[in-house]
Design a protein around this ligand. Structure first.
Ligand code: AMP
Length: 189
């Protein structure tokens, strides 16, 4: 039986996380669960929740932990995520989210925690060309700032638990993809 993957992928905005996650999800047959995509879908639906989320996102700010934890808890509890495995993209972004995730998955519930590493100057240059609705210059710098402030400690936290795998994210898309696959395969039993 094919081994289902349960992993997290970290990386600054512009590190290529979304593109690589889509390819990885195909490769391993695991669900690509992107909290950013889920929030953008809610915004597009124009629900009350979507309108609130939109305000945080436009400012480059984080949606509150309790809301995000609730969304991810519900998503990971669905049959498809349990059967197919998942690649979490964009969550956890804070220590509170990381602790909640470990409580949801259990201590052995993750095969790999990947950090797609691309230096700040490289992502900043890439971001300018992306043109998403929530990509104003201010929102971009705010998100990069929050990544260092809130999300870097999460990486250190996983590192301290022996879970973190650094992958060099500079290179062509296929090169980086091969690096990530090697890193994951080395961790799968
Ligand atoms: P992303 O597509 O992952 O860059 O997410 C886009 C925006 O959605 C972020 O800038 C946040 O405003 C919000 N967001 C996504 N995931 C989370 C999360 N785990 N915690 C808080 N806010 C989030």
């Amino acid at each position: 039986m094919a081994r289902r993957l349960r992993a997290i992928i970290f990386g600054r905005q512009g590190a290529g996380k979304g593109t690589q996650s889509a390819r990885l999800s195909d490769h391993y047959g695991a669900l690509h669960i992107s909290t950013g995509d889920m929030l953008r879908a809610a915004v597009a639906e124009g629900t009350e929740f979507g309108r609130k989320a939109d305000e945080y996102m436009r400012g480059g700010n984080l949606v509150p932990d309790d809301v995000m934890i609730g969304i991810v808890r519900e998503r990971l509890g669905k049959a498809d995520a349990i059967d197919q495995g998942f690649l979490l993209d964009g969550f956890p972004r804070t220590l509170a989210q990381a602790e909640a995730l470990l409580e949801i998955t259990g201590d052995d519930g993750l095969d790999a925690v990947l950090d797609l590493d691309v230096p700040l100057d490289v992502v900043t240059a890439r971001m300018k060309g992306r043109g998403r609705a929530d990509d104003t210059d201010e929102a971009i710098s705010r998100r990069l700032e929050l990544y260092e402030k809130e999300t870097s400690p999460v990486l250190q936290w996983f590192d301290g638990r022996g879970k973190l795998v650094q992958v060099d994210g500079v290179g062509s898309e296929p090169e980086v993809f091969d690096r990530i696959v090697s890193a994951i395969d080395a961790r799968l039993p």
